[in-house]
Every structure is written in structure tokens, then in C-alpha cells.
Design a protein around this ligand. Structure first.
Ligand SMILES: N[C@@H](CCC(=O)N[C@@H](CS)C(=O)NCC(=O)O)C(=O)O
Length: 96
């Protein structure tokens, strides 16, 4: 999988942290938002919202929004509690 992002971005950093905690191999592609690299026609085809991070799966499917990406990566792992209250507490932090 590929991740388009910038380590100066907290939204990208949390995706990087989870990928590394899970030991998932990925390719990192740097996007400099200060140079409007997230607003090129090519990038806008991946995310019309013009924002990083963007996750591109090996089959070409694309995910945007850091919390959606975290949810996708964490599915079926201990990073998503099964207990209803604990899961709501996780969402509490994610929506903070
Ligand atoms: N809600 C989005 C926010 C993403 C976001 O704001 N990304 C910033 C960097 S932290 C960005 O791409 N800014 C570039 C721009 O808006 O042009 C998420 O959680 O992924």
C-alpha cells in the first residue's frame, strides 16, 4: 500500500504510527502542502478535498480522512476494543 502525506502533519503522523505499530509495509510518498502539492490535478483525482493523508491500497482503492484510514487499518486488531464502552471511548478521542 501507499501513503501520501507529510510527517509535519499530525493527521499523517497518526497513520504512520499505526502502520508501524501493526508492522505493515508501505510506501511513503511525500506531499508538501505548503507548495500546494495536494492540489495538483493528479492528487485531486485521489482526494477531491485536496488533503493528506491518502491511503492507496494494493488493488487501487483509495481512502481519505485520517480516522477512516485508522479504522480500516485497525479493523480486526486489538487497536479497536470489542467492549462497547471502551470502543466509544476510542471514538471519543478520535472525534476530539
Ligand atoms: N479531516 C482530515 C483533515 C486532513 C488535513 O487537514 N490535512 C492537512 C494537513 S494536516 C492538509 O492536507 N492540508 C492541505 C490543504 O488543506 O490544502 C483528516 O483527518 O484526514
Amino acid at each position: 500500500m501507499k501513503v501520501y502525506g507529510d510527517m509535519l502533519s499530525g493527521n499523517c503522523y497518526k497513520v504512520k504510527l499505526l502502520l508501524e505499530f501493526l508492522g505493515i509495509q508501505y510506501e511513503r510518498l511525500h506531499i508538501n502542502v505548503l507548495k500546494a502539492e495536494s492540489h495538483t490535478p493528479e492528487f485531486l483525482q485521489m482526494n477531491p478535498n485536496g488533503k493528506i493523508p491518502v491511503l492507496v491500497l494494493d488493488d487501487g482503492q483509495i481512502l481519505t480522512e485520517s480516522n477512516a484510514i485508522l479504522g480500516y487499518l485497525a479493523e480486526g486488531t486489538n487497536f479497536i476494543p470489542t467492549d462497547r464502552y471502551a470502543k466509544a471511548k476510542m471514538y471519543e478521542w478520535m472525534f476530539f
